[in-house]
Design a binder for this molecule. Structure first.
Ligand SMILES: [Zn+2]
Length: 386
C-alpha cells in the first residue's frame, strides 16, 4: 500500500468509526483535545506483574451508591505508584465526607486527587504524562487499571464515552487530576495489579430506593436486585460518618458505643456491627432504616403499623405466599414476616438479614418443615393461626 493510500484507508476507518460513535450518542467528542499537550516522551506507570494479552472490559459508569471513609486498595496502589513514579506533585486525598456536595466516588474510596497545578510547568507536564499514560490508545491502561474517568483542567475523559469532553462541574480541576475507578479497579482486581483480566464487580446494592447501599468488603459478580420501597420512615435526618452533635450522641447511646458526640470511624464500625446484628442494611450510615431501628419512637411511617403477629401472617400468606423471601430480600413482605415471627421491634426493618433467617429456620425446625432459612407459603401457613 502506498503512503497516500494508507492514509486514505485510515481516514476512511476513522470516518466510519466516527459515524458509528455519532449514532451511539458520542457526537461532538472529537472536537475537544486533551487538557494538556501529549508529551513527546511518555512516562508511564510500570505494572507490578506481567500483563496478559487480553484487556479488561472498559469500565461502565458506576456512580457512588454507598458511604465509606476507607480508601480501597486499588485506589491507594494507584496513588502510591503515581507519586513514586513521577516524583512530582502531591496526594490530594482519596476519601471525602459523605455530607458534602453531590455524588462522588471519593465518598466510597474509589477516587484519587493528584495535585498537579496547570500554572506550574513541571506539574502540568507531569499531568500530561500521567493522563496520556491512562488514556492513550483508546484508554488501554485505563482498562487495565479500571479507570472510569479522569478530569483535569476543565476537561473529562471517560471509559464509557469517546475522547475528551468539556467538563462543567463545580470545580474546574486546574490544580489537580481527578481519577475515578470502577469497583474492580478500586479493589485492585484488574489486570494491571493481578496479571489476569478482572471480572466485573457490580459493587454494593441499595436495599431500599433512595437509601445508601450496604458497604461490602468483597466483589459482587451479579447485578443488584431491584430496590424495594421504604417500609419505614423517620423524622431523624440521614447522618454520615464525620458528623457531630446531639443526634450522634443519641445513636452512640443506642448502639452502645462510647458517647462522644463525634461520628468517627470507631462509631462507624460499631454502627455497622449493630446493623449486621439487627437486620438493618449494613450501610454505616444513620439512614431511615437505622434510625427506625435505633429510635422507634421517631418512626413517622410503618408499612405494618398496628398489625399483630397473626394479622401480619394472614396478610403475608395471602399477598406474598407465592414470593420466595431469602437473605438480602427487602420490602413490605419481609417486614410482615418479621412481625409474624414476633421479632423484636428493632429488628423489624423490612430487610432479610441473619436474624430473620435464623428466626425462619427455628420455626421450620419446630414445625417439621425443611430447614431452609428462606420463607415460602408453607412457612406463612404455619405462622397463620387456624
Ligand atoms: Zn477528586
Amino acid at each position: 500500500m502506498t503512503q497516500a493510500r494508507r492514509i486514505s484507508a485510515v481516514l476512511t476507518i476513522g470516518v466510519s468509526l466516527f459515524g458509528l460513535m455519532s449514532t451511539l450518542g458520542a457526537s461532538g467528542a472529537s472536537a475537544v483535545t486533551a487538557p494538556t499537550p501529549v508529551p513527546t516522551v511518555a512516562k508511564g506507570l510500570r505494572a507490578p506483574v506481567a500483563q496478559p494479552a487480553a484487556l479488561d472490559a472498559a469500565a461502565t459508569y458506576q456512580p457512588q451508591v454507598s458511604c465509606s471513609p476507607v480508601a480501597l486498595p486499588g485506589t491507594k496502589k494507584l496513588r502510591d505508584l503515581a507519586l513514586r513514579t513521577y516524583g512530582v506533585g502531591r496526594d490530594g486525598g482519596t476519601t471525602r465526607a459523605c455530607s458534602i456536595g453531590g455524588l462522588s466516588e471519593h465518598k466510597e474510596g474509589r477516587s484519587w486527587d493528584y495535585m498537579l497545578n496547570v500554572k506550574n510547568p513541571t506539574e502540568k507536564k507531569t499531568a500530561g504524562q500521567f493522563i496520556d499514560f491512562l488514556t492513550a490508545g483508546g484508554g488501554l491502561q485505563a482498562r487495565r487499571l479500571g479507570v472510569m474517568y479522569v478530569i483535569y483542567n476543565k476537561k473529562i475523559w471517560s471509559s464509557y464515552r469517546t475522547g475528551w469532553r468539556d467538563y462543567r462541574g463545580a470545580q474546574d480541576h486546574t490544580d489537580h487530576v481527578h481519577v475515578s475507578l470502577s469497583w474492580a479497579g478500586a479493589r485492585g482486581l484488574t489486570s494491571f495489579w493481578t496479571g489476569r483480566v478482572g471480572a466485573v464487580d457490580f459493587g454494593p446494592c441499595a436495599a431500599f430506593t433512595g437509601q445508601p447501599a450496604a458497604v461490602r468488603s468483597s466483589a459482587r459478580r451479579t447485578p443488584c436486585p431491584t430496590t424495594a420501597a421504604r417500609v419505614k420512615s423517620t423524622s431523624l435526618p440521614t447522618t454520615y460518618v464525620g458528623a457531630s452533635g446531639t443526634l450522634v450522641r443519641t445513636a452512640q447511646k443506642a448502639v452502645g458505643t462510647p458517647v462522644t458526640g463525634r461520628f468517627d470511624t470507631r462509631t462507624w464500625t460499631a454502627l455497622k456491627k449493630y446493623q449486621s446484628a439487627n437486620d438493618v442494611p449494613k450501610t454505616g450510615v444513620l439512614d431511615a432504616a437505622t434510625w427506625a431501628s435505633l429510635v422507634p419512637a421517631r418512626v413517622t411511617y410503618d408499612a405494618a403499623k398496628g398489625m399483630t403477629a397473626a394479622g401480619a401472617a394472614a396478610y403475608g400468606r395471602q399477598h406474598y405466599g407465592a414470593t420466595r423471601l431469602a437473605p438480602a430480600s427487602a420490602g413490605k413482605a419481609v417486614l410482615l414476616l418479621q412481625v409474624a415471627l414476633g421479632m423484636p421491634v428493632r429488628q423489624r426493618t423490612g430487610y432479610y438479614g441473619a436474624r430473620t433467617k435464623a428466626a425462619v429456620a427455628a420455626v421450620q425446625s419446630a414445625r417439621g418443615l425443611r430447614r431452609t432459612g428462606t420463607a415460602d407459603r408453607s412457612l406463612w401457613t404455619v405462622l397463620t393461626p387456624r
